[in-house]
Design a protein around this ligand. Structure first.
Ligand code: ATP
Length: 300
């Protein structure tokens, strides 16, 4: 086999509970991840040496060297196998860059699956998950897909059953937000206000709403502890969220560290309507619809 293409979805966080800052600089999290139908594609082709090319939406903001998370994933996999394999990676991006939808982590997961196949390594999912956890907190979920609750840094995952398809609208912003800056802003305001930080716990009503596929109940339970920090760094997002609520979204929140905003709709038709109306309101660079949960990386 000379070439393998893998399609990989973006994620939105349905609950992101951020615990106290740990000694190692990370936070303990409860992170309910949900994979949605916005996809990047990664093609791995056999060659000597490593190279990467990025095409599509905001490709100019993604590094085309060893800083690219997909290249780091390929190097980590080759290291695990104890061989110096080569590969040329081409990434076609649709997931917004630095948008809080874990596009880089998705590309890393896709590269692990593609290179495992291309190089004929046949590593089982557990080995890939272990390599993924070293690459970043969101990479294990990107390998798993579907809907899952993550604890620790977000890397200890339990899959969740969802009782139906959820329909979403995403408002994409101009320019990204750095995840590190958003966490730093969250820590800074918590310190300044002397806020008591509770140990993060999964929300029982949110898990019940997911199990039952009850979009209305779920909409009321969506919560993101990073949202105040994202709004402090990008105040215009408050207007975007409000515009969605006014137009009948069942729930509205900043996705991960932002600046993408996510809106839950009642149905596919409602999502289309909401997207049109939000697009016309001029509160986002682009407005797209998607559904979830969807499976993780898939060879196409
Ligand atoms: P998260 O939701 O996991 O916090 P994000 O969606 O906000 O992440 P990414 O799109 O993953 O952010 O990108 C964050 C930064 O990582 C980008 O600014 C970019 O410079 C760098 N990066 C490295 N590799 C990639 C990649 N393959 N795709 C996108 N960004 C990448």
């Amino acid at each position: 086999m000379n070439s393998v293409t893998v399609r990989v979805p973006a994620k939105v966080n349905l609950q992101l509970a951020v615990g106290p800052l740990r000694d190692d600089g990370f936070h303990d999290l409860v992170n309910v991840f949900h994979a949605v139908s916005i996809f990047d594609e990664v093609t791995a082709t056999a060659r000597t040496g490593m190279s990467v090319r990025v095409e599509g939406d905001s490709a100019d903001q993604v590094p085309e060297d060893d800083d690219n998370l997909a290249v780091q994933a390929a190097l980590a996999l080759a290291g695990h196998a104890g061989r110096s394999y080569g590969v040329s990676l081409v990434i076609r991006k649709s997931i917004p860059v630095a948008g809080g939808m874990a596009g880089g982590s998705a590309d890393a997961a896709a590269a692990l699956v593609a290179c495992n196949e291309l190089w004929g390594l046949g590593l089982p999912p557990d080995d890939l998950l272990e390599i993924a956890a070293d690459l970043g907190s969101d990479v294990p979920f990107a390998l798993l897909g579907g809907t899952a609750v993550g604890t620790g840094r977000g890397e200890r995952l339990t899959s969740l059953e969802v009782g139906g398809t959820l329909h979403w609208v995403f408002a994409l912003a101009d320019g990204g937000l750095s995840t590190a800056r958003v966490y730093a802003e969250c820590d800074r305001t918590r310190e300044a206000t002397g806020e008591q930080i509770a140990w993060p716990r999964a929300s029982d009503p949110l898990l019940a709403a997911l199990r039952e596929g009850d979009a209305k109940a779920l909409g009321a339970e969506l919560v993101n502890d990073l949202q105040p920090a994202a709004l402090a760094l990008r105040p215009s997002l408050a207007r975007t969220l409000e515009a969605g609520r006014e137009r009948g979204a069942l729930g509205a929140l900043v996705s991960g560290s932002g600046p993408t905003c996510a809106f839950l709709a009642e149905s596919e038709a409602h999502a289309e309507e909401l997207a049109l109306s939000l697009g016309a309101a001029g509160v986002a660079r682009d407005v797209i619809t998607a559904h979830g949960p969807v499976p993780g990386p898939t060879v196409v």
